[in-house]
Design a protein around this ligand. Structure first.
Ligand SMILES: Nc1ncnc2c1ncn2[C@@H]1O[C@H](COP(=O)(O)OP(=O)(O)O)[C@@H](O)[C@H]1O
Ligand SMILES: [Mg+2]
Length: 259
């Protein structure tokens, strides 16, 4: 079966060659574990092969992502970045959301007219739908202008979208349809998820075709990072958690050692 490099040699090895193309995968882990950096490696690998790649920024503003990536020596200029960082307009006492808007990059969003200011319960739906619309528009524009498609997509992160959202079945259905949309784009996508979450296993993790999990353990002396494959449909994989090193060279995975 065809394999797609993640851009990280040790991780490709753990995946027995790389990811199976055209499917959505979850990348999970706590804050600071290297999820965004892994996403950048994955996109830069596509850029090397002159693929079209896109990052949907929902957690960190694109200029911060760019600066951090520059510091790691990545030229992120060829990566298309959609700014979809949600802006919470206000909270009422009692904790529920009064009004949630989404700041959408004007350049890419000018043609999308039906983004609504959300009502309390519609916040999640509006956000997922608006991101999906944005991506659709981008994909259509690219196809019209160049006759090409996006082959790699990173959503960073879906946790940000869910923060305002519905729970339970509704959320599961929305995420399922978003994943179907990504698969229909024929892109290989990484859906970044913050773990642990307040509720057990996030929908995107059990609906994805595979999960790469990043670990970060802080003891008194040092902070240790690790990487493991939780699942990978249609493929064998390395079942061990391996040490992950995050330095000015980016992420390196040592497949000879155990975490
Ligand atoms: N140039 C660098 N040199 C060493 N470590 C770095 C560098 N840039 C980022 N890091 C480390 O990477 C971590 C952030 O990684 P990131 O991919 O943003 O994590 P996440 O998206 O999971 O929150 C930081 O906490 C920092 O420790
Ligand atoms: Mg991040």
């Amino acid at each position: 079966m065809e394999r797609l490099s993640t851009g990280i040699k040790g991780l490709d090895k753990m995946l027995h060659g790389g990811l199976i193309p055209g499917r959505p995968y979850a990348v999970s882990g706590p804050p600071g574990s290297g999820k965004t950096t892994l996403g950048i490696h994955f996109l830069i690998e596509g850029v090397k092969d002159e693929e079209n790649v896109i990052l949907v920024a929902l957690d960190e503003p694109p200029n911060e992502i760019k600066l951090n990536a520059w510091a790691l020596g990545f030229d992120v200029a060829p990566i298309r970045i959609l700014d979809a960082v949600p802006e919470v307009k206000g909270f009422q006492r009692g904790g529920y959301i009064k009004d949630v808007g989404t700041v959408l990059d004007l350049h890419t969003m000018r043609d999308v007219k039906d983004i609504k200011r959300s009502k309390i319960l519609r916040a999640m739906e509006v956000s997922i739908h608006s991101v999906q619309k944005m991506l659709r528009q981008e994909a259509d524009d690219l196809y019209d202008e160049e006759g090409e498609v996006y082959s790699r997509v990173v959503i960073d992160s879906i946790t940000a979208l869910k923060m305002f959202g519905m729970k339970g079945e509704d959320q599961r259905i929305l995420i399922q349809s978003f994943m179907r949309f990504l698969a229909e784009m024929e892109a290989t996508s990484l859906i970044i998820t913050q773990i642990p979450e307040p509720d057990d296993l996030p929908s995107e993790v059990f609906l994805s075709r595979g999960e790469i999990r990043l670990h970060k353990i802080n003891d008194k002396v040092e902070s240790k990072r690790g990487i493991g494959i939780e699942k990978m449909k249609g493929s064998e994989f390395d079942e061990h958690i391996r040490p992950l090193n995050l330095s000015s060279r980016g992420i390196e995975v040592d497949t000879k050692k155990l975490f």
